[in-house]
Ligand binder design. Structure first.
Ligand SMILES: Cc1cc2nc3c(=O)[nH]c(=O)nc-3n(C[C@H](O)[C@H](O)[C@H](O)COP(=O)(O)O)c2cc1C
Length: 403
C-alpha cells in the first residue's frame, strides 16, 4: 500500500512535479477546479474520494488549503489525512503568512497562480460567480468589471517550476482587461512537499514496524485470549507501542496508578509459572472446579513476554472515601491492560490477561515495593495455532434503557 493524493486541478502541476514517478504514491485523483465556491459540494466530493481510498492506501494527502470546507472533514476516516496548513491554494503556494502580508500591503490584489491563470477569463468569472449571468441576458464581463473596480494589482506567483513564466502573457492580458498593474512574486511548493513527506513518513513508519494498523472495531472483535504462543520474540518497537497504548488508559484524577514490569528472562518466567501452578492447585483443591484440573499454565513460560501490571492503591482517587472504595486504581490498571491487548491485537500479537497467582508471592519474586500490588500479568507473543473462538451473548440482552 502507498499513499493517495487528492488534489484540486489548480495544484495538479505543482504536486506532479513533486511526486514524479514516486512508486509510493499509488493513487492520484484530480478534482475539478473551482469546487470551493460551493464548499458543501467540495466537502462531500473530497470525503467521498477519501472513503474510496481508505482500504487501499496508508494515508491521504490533500492538494487543498482549507478552502472553506476542509476543516469540516469527518474525523472518522480509517487513515490519516494530511493537508498543507493554509487558507486556500494561494496560501499553499505563498505560505499563509506571506499571503496575508500581500493582502495587507494592497487589499485590491488579484492573485495569479499557475493553475488559475491557465483557466483564463473563466477563472475570473467562476471566482466572482458571474458565469451564469449570461443565461439571464446579462454581460458577465461588465459585472466582473464592476466587482473588480477597486482592484489595483495583479500578483503573478512563480513557484520555481520549469516553465514558470509561460502563463505570464495570459495574466498580463487579464490584468490589462481589469486595469491591474501586474507584478511578479516568488512562491514555493515547499508546503506541499512537507505535507507529502509527512504522509510518506507515516506510511514508512507503518510499513517498517507494523505492516499497517488494524481498525479499532476489528481489533476489539477479533481479539481472543491466547494460551499458546510461538517462541518468536516480540519486536522491541512493537512492545514499546503496546506499552505506550497502556499509559493512555484513563485513571482517576489522571493519577496513572500503574507500573509495568516486563519479564522476558526464561528464569523469571519459570518462577512466575511455578507460582501460577501452585496457585492453580490450591484453587482446584479449594473450589473443586473440574476445569482447573485440565487447565495448564505452561504459556507463562513459553510466551516471549510477560508484562506484570503493578497498581498503587494510594493513587485511587476520590473513591477511597466512598463505600467499596479503593477500586479506582484497579479499574485504571484494568483499562491499561485492555489498551495493551487491543494494541497487541492490532499489531498481530496474541495476548492473555492472567490473574491466577498469589499477589504477595508474585511481589516477592519480582521484588515489588510492598505498598504496591501486582494485579495482572499480560502474556504477549505470536499465537501458535488457532486461538479458539469464544462467543458473546447478544448485546440487546445486556442493555437496559432508563429514558
Ligand atoms: C480480569 C480478568 C482476569 C482473567 N484471568 C485469567 C486467568 O487467570 N487465566 C486465563 O486463562 N484467562 C483469564 N482471563 C481471560 C478470560 O478467561 C477470557 O477473557 C474469557 O474467557 C473470554 O474469552 P476471550 O478473551 O477470548 O474473549 C481473564 C480475564 C479478565 C478480564
Amino acid at each position: 500500500m502507498g499513499i493517495g493524493i487528492i488534489t484540486c486541478q489548480v495544484l495538479e502541476k505543482e504536486i506532479k512535479s513533486l511526486i514524479r514517478d514516486n512508486p509510493e504514491v499509488s493513487h492520484f485523483v484530480v478534482m475539478e477546479w473551482g469546487l470551493h465556491v460551493q464548499p458543501d459540494r467540495l466537502l462531500a466530493a473530497v470525503s467521498d474520494q477519501i472513503r474510496k481510498m481508505e482500504d487501499q492506501v496508508e494515508s491521504v494527502v490533500l492538494g487543498y488549503g482549507r478552502c472553506q470546507a476542509m476543516d469540516r472533514l469527518p474525523a472518522n476516516f480509517k487513515i490519516p489525512v494530511f493537508r498543507p496548513p493554509a487558507e486556500d491554494c494561494l496560501g499553499v503556494l505563498l505560505g499563509q503568512e506571506r499571503y496575508e502580508q500581500e493582502i495587507r500591503k494592497e487589499a485590491g490584489t488579484w492573485f495569479f497562480s499557475r493553475g488559475w491563470t491557465e483557466m483564463g477569463m473563466d477563472f475570473i468569472f467562476h471566482e466572482l460567480q458571474v458565469n451564469r449571468l449570461a443565461e439571464k441576458g446579462l454581460d458577465p464581463l461588465k459585472i466582473a468589471h464592476r466587482m473588480l473596480k477597486d482592484f489595483t494589482r495583479g500578483l503573478y506567483i512563480e513557484t520555481g517550476l520549469e516553465d514558470d513564466l509561460r502563463l505570464w502573457p495570459k495574466a498580463l492580458e487579464i490584468s490589462r482587461e481589469f486595469h491591474l498593474r501586474l507584478e511578479r512574486t516568488t512562491g514555493s511548493i515547499s508546503l506541499l512537499k512537507q505535507t507529502i513527506e509527512e504522509a510518506l513518513k507515516e506510511q514508512n513508519r507503518h510499513l517498517k514496524n507494523f505492516g499497517g494498523i488494524m481498525d479499532l472495531f476489528t481489533a476489539i472483535k477479533e481479539r481472543r485470549s491466547c494460551r499458546s504462543f510461538s517462541t518468536e520474540p516480540v519486536e522491541e518497537a512493537t512492545l514499546e507501542k503496546i506499552l505506550e497504548a497502556a499509559i493512555w488508559a484513563p485513571s482517576p484524577m489522571n493519577a496513572q496508578p500503574w507500573e509495568f514490569i516486563v519479564v522476558t528472562s526464561q528464569e523469571g518466567k519459570e518462577e512466575i509459572c511455578a507460582e501460577a501452578e501452585r496457585c492453580r492447585q490450591w484453587a482446584l483443591s479449594t473450589s473443586g472446579w473440574k476445569w482447573l484440573d485440565k487447565y495448564r499454565v505452561d504459556f507463562l513460560k513459553t510466551a516471549p513476554v510477560l508484562v506484570v501490571v503493578v497498581g498503587d492503591p494510594k493513587k485511587t482517587g476520590v473513591d477511597q472515601f466512598l463505600e467499596d472504595g479503593s477500586l479506582g486504581y484497579q479499574y485504571a490498571c484494568a483499562a491499561a491492560v485492555q489498551n495493551m491487548m487491543l494494541a497487541a491485537q492490532a499489531l498481530g500479537i496474541g495476548s492473555l490477561w492472567y490473574t491466577l497467582f498469589d499477589k504477595n508471592n508474585l511481589a516477592q519474586i519480582l521484588g515489588i515495593n510492598p505498598e504496591k500490588k501486582p494485579l495482572s500479568i499480560v502474556c504477549l507473543g505470536k499465537p501458535s495455532g488457532d486461538v479458539p473462538p469464544v462467543g458473546r451473548k447478544p448485546v440487546q440482552e445486556k442493555i437496559a434503557f432508563f429514558r
